[in-house]
Design a binder for this molecule. Structure first.
Ligand code: PBG
Length: 325
């Protein structure tokens, strides 16, 4: 620190022009920082806008491919896929069906846009009739039996061509179970992006409309984290690293910028942050009402997530944001 003080030191000197501000910007967003989420539905020529997420759609596989071409041409390096199956059952069979919605979508994307990185969300909640992320018995979510299904699901995504798998279920031991099955099947080079510190959050509301994955009873508090906790997030991340996670994630992002910073400082791991559906909807709604400038608030938000320590951001804003970079 310099000993100079006002009037010798004037902090405003380096803020005087856009050129100076650009030169001394401590944080820089680039196209490479973004992952765009997509919702795949069965059928053809389907493009249903999600009412709580303007500009975001449920897409049939043919339209997903078109959207992926668009995303790729914008310079966004990766998408993350969520699937809404034809039918749901108690054990989420659609999740690990070779001809399931995600498996079909991945094959078509890799066939048509091979350079685009395809990440798949590995979870059961979109595929189970009860909407929970694991097997349910007597009203409880059963951890260890769920691991086998999640591992099967991850393997089937990779066999279809997924480049990275991203378990979002918050069962204990799932990263290890997935690493194990992938390695046994010679997929030793497929990275795992673990939703490590995933909180039980009201900000997922619009996503559950998009993914049709609202739990039919209770909530996810027995597996997702309590938003009052921060040390626990570090323990979750540490465990996922020990089990073989290549990228760890904090989710949601905005109410959890402190967690992003702690995780980055503590582990120095490749870190993703999920700027979730509710965070998107809040900005969109206020902008539609003319209460805020949507583009400005979007950029400020994305910068704040990167500044907090995220290396990559999963965000519904990805397409809009790269157009402004
Ligand atoms: C699946 C999953 C959820 C999200 C990503 N994967 C929802 C949930 O846990 O209820 C939320 C993403 C978002 O809100 O944008 N478990």
């Amino acid at each position: 620190m310099s000993n100079n003080t006002f009037p010798v030191l004037r902090m405003r000197r380096l803020r005087q022009s856009q050129t100076l501000r650009n030169m001394f910007s401590e944080t820089i967003l680039t196209k490479n920082d973004f992952i765009f989420p997509l919702f795949a539905v069965p059928g053809k020529k389907i493009k249903n806008e999600i009412s709580s997420m303007p500009g975001i759609f449920q897409l049939s596989v043919d339209n997903i491919v078109k959207e992926c071409e668009d995303v790729y041409n914008l310079g966004i390096p990766a998408v993350i896929l969520f699937g809404i199956p034809e039918t749901k059952d108690e054990v989420g069979s659609g999740a690990y069906d070779e001809h399931g919605i995600i498996q079909n979508a991945v094959r078509e994307i890799k066939k048509n846009v091979p350079e685009l990185l395809v990440i798949t969300d590995v979870c059961l909640c979109e595929y189970t009739s009860h909407g929970h992320c694991g097997i349910v018995r007597d009203g409880k979510i059963i951890n260890d039996e769920t691991l086998e299904l999640l591992a099967k699901e991850a393997l089937s995504h990779v066999q279809a061509g997924a480049d990275i798998v991203a378990p979002s279920d918050m069962m204990d031991g799932r990263v290890g179970a997935i690493r194990n099955i992938l390695d046994k099947n010679k997929y030793t080079d497929i990275p795992i992006m673990a939703y490590s510190a995933k909180y039980s959050s009201g900000f997922y509301g619009p996503f559950r409309e998009a993914a049709e994955s609202t739990p039919q009873f209770g909530d996810r508090k027995t597996y997702q984290m309590n938003y009052a906790n921060s040390d626990e997030a570090l323990r979750e991340v540490e465990l996922d690293i020990a089990e073989g996670a290549d990228i760890v994630m904090v989710k949601p992002a905005l109410s959890y910028l402190d967690i992003i910073r702690r995780v980055k400082d503590t582990f120095n791991m490749p870190l993703a942050a999920y700027n979730v559906s509710g965070e998107y909807s809040l900005i969109k709604a206020a902008a539609e009402k003319g209460w805020i400038d949507g583009e400005k608030v979007m950029m400020e938000t994305l910068y704040s997530i990167k500044r907090a320590g995220a290396d990559v951001i999963i965000t519904y804003f990805a397409k809009e944001a790269v157009k402004l970079l």
